[in-house]
Design a protein around this ligand. Structure first.
Ligand code: SAH
Length: 255
């Protein structure tokens, strides 16, 4: 038996967005450690695997990261094939990198499997192209939540001319709004807040930079949600894109 840990992205929620490689990993796994944002419907691809919830909202409340590390190591050393299933992509705000490094340092074979990250899925579900010729020539994925209290370079984000996709931002709407306004972003920059992206109960709230906090409050926006901020967030109607796109692009260039 060859012990191995697969660090697998389960995608944003819709089980059809799972990759074929993730399906193979689940198929081969003896043990599956599952995070709380993973849709358990994907477990239909497991065969007799032992499933252990390790997320904050799973069976074990707030499972410490060190405990998850030891659990993966223990099963791998028993010769088991372990699938560590994470929401979205394992390496986008998912600790995939640090888990892979920790296991490899202890001689465990690790394979990372991409998943579709929530920010990309959410935008697509709302028909928003995160990059668009002549409107947004890049996309920046950021988290509003830091453990060490460090701060983002908000001015660079506000003036960078890329679409911003913000994770873990629901509790930080006031700070995001204030920092981006202070950083020079247009007050009426379009914003879309997408809750439970790709799931049947997905909800989206369309707003702009000035109104986003109030609109999210009235909408009762809840986590998990991502924020898409940029001219492309107005992309509902093709003509609107063209209008918003050119005006915001000019503003971005002139600052
Ligand atoms: N690795 C994950 C991100 C984990 S961080 C990924 O690649 O998607 C957790 C944050 O991801 C949440 O606070 C939320 O901002 C976002 N998120 C995860 N799933 C989501 C979903 N289905 N809809 C909207 N946001 C989601």
């Amino acid at each position: 038996m060859s012990a191995k840990v697969w660090l697998v992205g389960a995608g944003p929620g819709d089980p059809e967005l799972l990759t074929l490689k993730a399906v193979r990993a689940l198929n081969e796994a003896d043990v599956v450690l599952i995070d709380d944002l993973v849709n358990t419907a994907v477990l239909e691809h497991c065969h007799n695997a032992r499933v252990i919830p390790v997320g904050k909202r799973g069976g074990c409340r707030s499972t410490p990261q060190a405990f998850i590390h030891r659990l993966m190591l223990r099963y791998a050393r028993q010769g088991k094939c372990v699938a560590r299933l994470k929401g979205g992509d394992p390496c986008i705000f998912g600790r995939g990198g640090e888990e892979a490094q920790w296991l490899r340092e202890r001689g465990v074979e690790v394979e990372l499997v991409n998943g579709i990250t929530a920010g990309l899925a959410g935008a697509t579900q709302c028909d928003i192209p995160l990059t668009l010729r002549g409107v947004a020539r890049g996309v920046t994925l950021v988290t509003a939540h830091t453990q060490d209290g460090s701060s983002l370079n908000w001015q660079a984000l506000a003036q960078g001319g890329t679409t911003l996709v913000i994770y873990m931002g629901v509790a930080k709407l006031s700070e995001i709004r204030e920092q981006l306004l202070a950083g020079g972003m247009a007050a009426d920059m379009p914003v879309v807040m997408i809750e439970n992206a790709s799931l049947p109960h997905q909800r989206e709230c369309r707003s702009d930079l000035t109104a986003m906090e109030k609109d999210a409050h009235d909408f009762e926006l809840k986590s998990p949600a991502i924020l898409v901020i940029g001219a492309v967030a107005a992309c509902e109607v093709d003509q609107k894109i063209a209008a918003f796109g050119s005006s915001y692009r000019l503003q971005a260039v002139s600052v």
